[in-house]
Design a protein around this ligand. Structure first.
Ligand SMILES: *Cc1c(COP(=O)(O)O)cnc(C)c1O
Length: 424
């Protein structure tokens, strides 16, 4: 392993991603071709993704090496800190120990660059010149825009209309990185025109924006599509979070009794928790994992576990997941990154197997917890992250023993302050 002289001692970016598929007691049900009903083959995915990512999507190898150019970019902000929340513990008067793994230190303020950089790298390595994608609140669009800027790719983003209008800063961020950002639905794609014809005033949804970005990629051989959550290769790339957290807990001799992560598409929850689940499955560890979703978009706690499309128009493969239905349009809650009708197949499967427990959190309770966290620890959590903060705080308040709680702080909320404004 190469250690840069300017790196603080004892901090290393993981050399491999961890793949939970190697340790699951039963395989995750495969994605299906909607036309044939058969499991997807590489040829089905080739118009959208580079071969390296298609292989990762179906891999059951436990450790997959992180290419050195990706690690070099990770080193700009990784390892991210695992911080003991001493002041929050005191404020709560809890006997529990609380640690938070803080992904808000990335250049775009969330965990999303962990996969954006990997995806941009593999596409560039296979000769692709442009990526398309969708984004909700804009964290994913900004993260992919950054990754494309660093790796010399063009990037075109469809942003859910509600967020495009109400949250201009991340669009501006994408533009600074040299990307183009359109409101979705747009007049630029067939899918978008059909949606606007059906409902000219629609506020849009992630599912609609996915349809547009996929269509744009399929129609250009030099362009691929990139998805910021849900797919197996995204869960894989995010595993750097949990691997670092395990190592950092080990450095202080601590073991996690419970891990909380917020869940929209499932990637930060998977990234933090899968390495812990792997240890549970391999070595008989007992860390409990809790996924925290918004009550307004409760795919894990109220959805059904079945095959469904990832988008509104039905252009994507069929994924076995906890879903509210691909035509579900969630209310415009502030946690834009949690407004998705489905959930990652790997996370859905883990919930179905009883490896992860899911809870739903009300928006008002989430913001109250976010404010409590900010006033104790200084960091203003992303609105998405506040769902996990609320669950962790409730657990710490109820604790009667010195248990160890690990909280995934998936991002910071500095660009989401108007959302907080209604609750202060
Ligand atoms: C996008 C986002 C989420 C939700 O996406 P997941 O795939 O569920 O992680 C959560 N937190 C932050 C800060 C985000 O940007």
């Amino acid at each position: 392993m190469r250690s840069m002289p300017e790196d603080p001692p004892g901090t290393e970016v993981p050399t491999h991603w961890y793949n939970l598929a190697a340790d699951l007691p039963e395989p995750t049900p495969p994605a299906l071709n909607p036309g044939t009903g058969e499991p997807l083959g590489p040829a089905d995915l080739a118009p959208l993704f580079p071969m390296a990512l298609i292989q990762q999507e179906v891999s059951t190898e436990r450790w997959i090496e992180i290419p050195e150019p990706v690690r070099e970019i990770y080193r700009l902000w990784r390892p991210s800190p695992l911080i003991r929340a001493h002041r929050l513990e005191k404020a709560l008067g809890t006997p529990a120990t609380i640690f938070y793994k803080y992904e808000g230190v990335s250049p775009t303020g969330s965990h999303k660059p962990n996969t954006a950089v990997a995806q941009a790298y593999y596409n560039q390595a296979e000769g692709i010149t442009k990526l398309t994608t969708e984004t909700g609140a804009g964290q994913w669009g900004a993260s992919l825009a950054m990754a494309c800027a660093l790796l010399g790719l063009q990037c075109e983003v469809w942003q859910v209309r509600a967020s495009y209008d109400s949250k201009p800063y991340r669009r501006m961020q994408m533009e600074v990185y040299g990307s183009v950002c359109h409101p979705s639905p747009s007049q630029l794609t067939e899918a978008g025109r059909a949606m606007l014809a059906a409902d000219p005033d629609t506020s849009g949804s992630l599912g609609m924006a996915i349809s547009e970005a996929v269509e744009a990629a399929v129609n250009d051989p030099d362009t691929h599509y990139s998805l910021g959550s849900v797919l197996n290769h995204v869960m894989l790339h995010q595993s750097v979070i949990g691997q670092e957290a395990l190592a950092q807990l080990g450095q202080v001799g601590a073991t996690a009794d419970v891990v909380f992560g917020c869940a929209g598409g499932g990637s930060n929850l998977a990234g933090l928790s899968f390495p812990f689940l792997g240890r549970n499955l391999r070595d008989g560890g007992t860390t409990e994992v809790v996924g925290c979703e918004p009550s307004a978009c409760p795919s894990l706690t109220e959805g059904t576990y079945r095959y469904d499309f990832g988008d509104v128009a039905g252009l994507t493969p069929l994924l076995k997941m906890h879903t509210l239905g691909h035509d579900f349009v969630p209310p415009p809650i502030h946690a834009g990154g949690l407004r998705y009708h489905g959930m990652a197949p790997m996370v859905s499967h883990a919930v179905n197997l009883g490896l992860i427990r899911a809870i739903a959190v009300e928006q008002a309770d989430a913001f109250k917890a976010g404010i409590e966290f900010a006033q104790a620890e200084g960091i203003i959590p992303a609105p998405e992250s506040t769902h996990a903060v609320a669950a962790a705080i409730a657990r710490a308040r109820a604790a009667t023993t010195a248990e160890t709680i690990v909280l995934g702080l998936s991002g910071n909320g500095v660009l989401d302050l108007p959302a907080y404004h209604n609750f202060v």
